[in-house]
Structures are given as C-alpha cells and as structure tokens.
Write a protein that binds this ligand. Structure first.
Ligand SMILES: [Zn+2]
Ligand SMILES: [Zn+2]
Length: 240
C-alpha cells in the first residue's frame, strides 16, 4: 500500500522517517506497511456474506437479521492488521487510522456503491475511556473516511456508561453487556431529516452486538438504513 506525498511531506519524512503501521519499523517514503507485514494483512475478498461481510467459510452469522443492515470490513482481525489495530487503539499511534481508512474506503465503494449515505458516524466510547485514551479510534477512522468519501461526519451517538470491554466476555454475554448503554445526541440527530441513511464506523467487529445496539438507537430516531464498516472483522464470532 503506497500513499502519494507532497514535496514537503517527503522532506519531513526524511527528517522523521515514516513507520510501518503494523510493526513500527521504518519504511520507505510513501509506504505505510513494510515488506514483511504486507503479506500478513489478511484481506477480506469477495464474494462476502451479505450480512456480516466475511468471506467464504468465515461467516458465522447464520444470516440472522440485525438492526445493522449490513456490515463490511477490509481485513480480518489477525496477523498484521491485528497488530496495526492494537497500535491504533492502545499504542497512541493515530497515524495508523490513515491506512485503515483508505482500505475501508475501497471496501465501502465496492460493497455499498448503490447506497446514498446522508452521514458517517462512529461508535462512541464512554467519557472516562475517551479521557484516558485521549481519542476515540473509531472517530478517527470515521472522520478520515468521511473526508475520503465526501460524506459529512456527525457525532450522532453517546455512550452513557462504562461497560466491560467486549473482548473480555464470551460471545453469549456481549449483547447483554451493551444493552441500553448507547443514546443519541438529540440535537444532532434532530437536525437530520427522517429516513436518513447512516454509515456507522467501528474499529472491529466480533459478534456485531455493539454495532447492532448503535443501529437500534439510530433507527429509533429516524434512520432508515444503517450500514456498518469496520477496520477488521474476527474470523469467527468468538475469535478475539
Ligand atoms: Zn511492518
Ligand atoms: Zn455472515
């Protein structure tokens, strides 16, 4: 994966070498992933499940109906993509969002090309987690993606209370863990005309419980369709 750089960016990259998004080693100017990590990025390629967006043999959703109309992701949550996501989420490496947003843009264009989105929004963090992490990785991804796609970003959701991180729970407890924890940002959502379509962004999806709970609230407040895109998707429902 190579990104075009201006002359100023090239000079800055010479002084401050760019780093591989996945392992942190220096890379050539304009590269975002090193030679060793590139084959370890496990891309999700078509045909994908029309519900959960995983490839052949990796879908565990059973095509059950959810509040989220569809979900897609460019990478599986494994190998170098898993490392990159950890660096974004827990390592303070905000620049990793760029690599994921570019890949998510391609996936959205490929899978949702017939959908007209009114806005992009992100799965929120609770105030205490956001304060500790300094940023919400899903908002970083969503804002970058919104500018790549030319669709307005809006903070439509609020996380009302702290929950146990989903990754620490077995699959069967995850829906209950997020039940009722999200609300809408009333002023923002009331400015939308009823029947709007949302592109909902999160960093990763496992069972889809978090996205589903967010989509439920968005639809309660007038969304017609909620399509989700995440940076990564687990290979199996309880993989992470
Ligand atoms: Zn690397
Ligand atoms: Zn599926």
């Amino acid at each position: 994966m190579v990104v075009k750089r201006s002359i100023l960016e090239r000079v800055l990259a010479f002084i401050y070498p760019e780093r591989c998004c996945c392992c942190g080693k220096p890379v050539a100017c304009g590269s975002v992933v090193c030679e060793a990590c590139r084959p370890e990025l496990h891309r999700i390629t078509p045909p994908v499940c029309p519900m959960c967006g995983r490839g052949d043999g990796e879908c565990g959703c059973g095509r059950h109906k959810r509040h989220t109309d569809r979900c897609v992701a460019p990478f599986y949550y494994s190998g170098a993509a898993k490392s990159a996501l950890h660096r974004l989420k827990f390592g303070g490496k905000e620049y990793v969002a760029e690599m994921f947003a570019l890949a998510m843009e391609q996936t959205v264009i490929r899978e949702y090309r017939t959908v007209k989105f009114d806005c992009v929004t992100a799965v929120p963090l609770s105030l205490s987690v956001q304060k500790a992490r300094k940023y919400n990785q899903s908002v970083l991804l969503a804002k970058r993606l919104s500018s790549l796609l030319g669709i307005t970003y809006r903070d439509l959701l609020i996380k009302q209370c702290e929950t146990i991180p989903q990754r620490e729970l077995p699959a069967f407890r995850r829906s209950g863990n997020v039940l009722g924890v999200f609300d809408v940002a009333l002023q923002d959502i009331e400015s939308m005309e009823s029947g709007f379509n949302v592109l909902l962004v999160d960093d990763t999806v496992t069972t889809g419980a978090t996205l589903d709970e967010c989509a439920k609230m968005l639809k309660l407040y007038g969304a017609k369709y909620v399509y989700a895109v995440t940076a990564t998707a687990s290979r199996l429902p309880d993989d992470s």
